[in-house]
Design a protein around this ligand. Structure first.
Ligand code: PMP
Ligand code: GLU
Length: 400
């Protein structure tokens, strides 16, 4: 039946992060006690004051279609948030609110990319960047980095990857999956390269802004000379524990915001009115409200790093943000157990899921096949038990 589907969808991979979560849910439905560390989703509940705002929105009948780019008061609040937290100047008409940052990204990529255009992705990249670019007909150009450079790409060398077809660069800092945080100096190098290429756009995905263990969050937009090329993506899913509300947004040059709005207007229209009111409460609040969650994530990061030290085959760096560790696990490739061969990180994650009952994501999804991603957005008990299980199943593997 696949022959009846479009090439577009046949060439699209299922999101591997969501696929691992689906598999872990399926095992749970069979009564197996699986610990799901595959999904990048805070385990906290949405703060009460945000839920209260949504309840009032319902009572006030904010239940009608909204303007396509979002309710004006929300865009005004986001404009103030950009100024307050990032010192960025985006007026409300440069802001488009969408159904999650995922839709924000898709709107921008579809607005910019023609068949054959090249999109530079620092590796490791978030899995959906690759697939959204493919959906738009673009070609990804990966720029590799590994654990030895703390998964940081040297932006000063980016020019080596630029061709006449380069249209866009997409990166996240803090990075999903590596947790890497690019410093002001790193971002300056990127801005310097971009300033020499005014026809290349850049998406700075800052959705993990509030889950960072460095002192301040550095936005690429502080380098104002590249403002006409820059799209800043953010949202409330991660920082405010609001994944299910589906609110993401962009700040962008006016022509990009209008293009993104045009696409959204034909595909989904303005996103959920009640979620928009809730998001307004979130972005208007002093970010200190999320400090408790930040502190909990930092505690868990330190805990998981400490526990992983006891697994000799895993090489791990210290991520400075997001809620993932991204250990290098290639020492397990070429091992086996009872005739089952472990050749790569996909085999390894399958084995850990089937036998250890812990769901993780293979590094292939992010362009780094030598790694696996472990989310530590889980309780302390779950983290302890999960690492214990991972350690014991890995110990059973023998070199073949
Ligand atoms: N960007 C990155 C780097 C992410 O990890 C995610 C996680 N879902 C998103 C964008 C999309 O977030 P959402 O659609 O939930 O707002
Ligand atoms: N961004 C999260 C992750 O990487 C959520 C899953 C998804 O949207 O793909 O796990």
């Amino acid at each position: 039946m696949n022959s009846l589907l479009s090439d577009r969808v046949n060439n699209l991979a299922e999101s591997e992060t969501l696929a691992m979560s689906r598999r872990s849910r399926e095992l749970r439905q069979k009564g197996i006690d699986v610990i799901n560390l595959s999904l990048g989703e805070p385990d906290f509940n949405t703060p009460e004051f945000i839920k209260d705002a949504a309840k009032s929105a319902l009572d006030d009948n904010v239940t009608h279609y909204t303007p396509v780019p979002g309710i004006l008061e929300l865009r005004q609040a986001i404009s103030k948030k950009f100024k307050r937290d990032n010192n960025l100047d985006y007026s409300p008409d440069q802001i488009v609110v969408s159904t999650g940052a995922k839709q924000s990204l898709a709107n921008v990529v579809l607005s910019l990319i023609n068949d054959g255009d090249e999109v530079i992705l620092p590796v490791p990249y978030w899995v959906s960047y690759r697939e959204i670019v493919g959906l738009a007909g673009g070609k990804i150009v990966p720029v590799h980095s590994g654990i030895d450079s703390n998964f940081k790409v040297d932006f000063s060398k980016l020019e080596e990857y630029i061709t006449s077809k380069t249209k866009l660069i997409i990166f996240s800092s803090p990075c999903n999956p590596s947790g890497t945080v690019y410093s002001k100096e790193d971002l300056k190098q990127l801005a310097d390269v971009l300033a020499k290429h005014p026809n290349i756009y850049v998406i700075s995905d800052e959705i993990y802004e509030h889950i960072s263990y460095t002192k301040t969050h550095e936005s690429l937009g502080q380098f104002t000379e590249i403002n006409d090329q820059l799209i800043t993506v953010n949202g409330v899913s991660k920082g405010y524990a609001m994944t299910g509300w589906r609110i993401g947004y962009i700040g962008a040059p006016l022509h990009i915001a209008q293009a993104a709005g045009k696409i959204q207007g034909q595909v989904t229209s303005g996103t959920c009115s009640i979620a928009q009111v809730a998001a307004r409460a979130a972005v208007e609040a002093d970010p200190v409200v999320v400090k408790e969650m930040q502190d909990a994530f930092k505690f868990r990061r330190d805990l998981i790093l400490d526990l992983i030290k006891a697994i000799p085959g895993m090489k791990c760096n210290v991520p400075e943000g997001a809620f993932y560790v991204f250990p290098e696990v290639s020492s397990y490739f070429g091992t086996e157990i009872d005739g089952l061969k472990i050749s790569d990180s996909v085999d390894l994650c399958n084995y850990i899921l089937e036998v250890g009952h812990v769901a993780l994501v293979p590094g292939d999804a992010f362009g780094s096949p030598e790694c696996i991603r472990i989310s530590y957005a889980a309780s302390e008990d779950q983290i302890r038990e999960a690492v214990h299980r991972i350690k014991s199943v890995l110990e059973k593997l023998k070199k073949s």
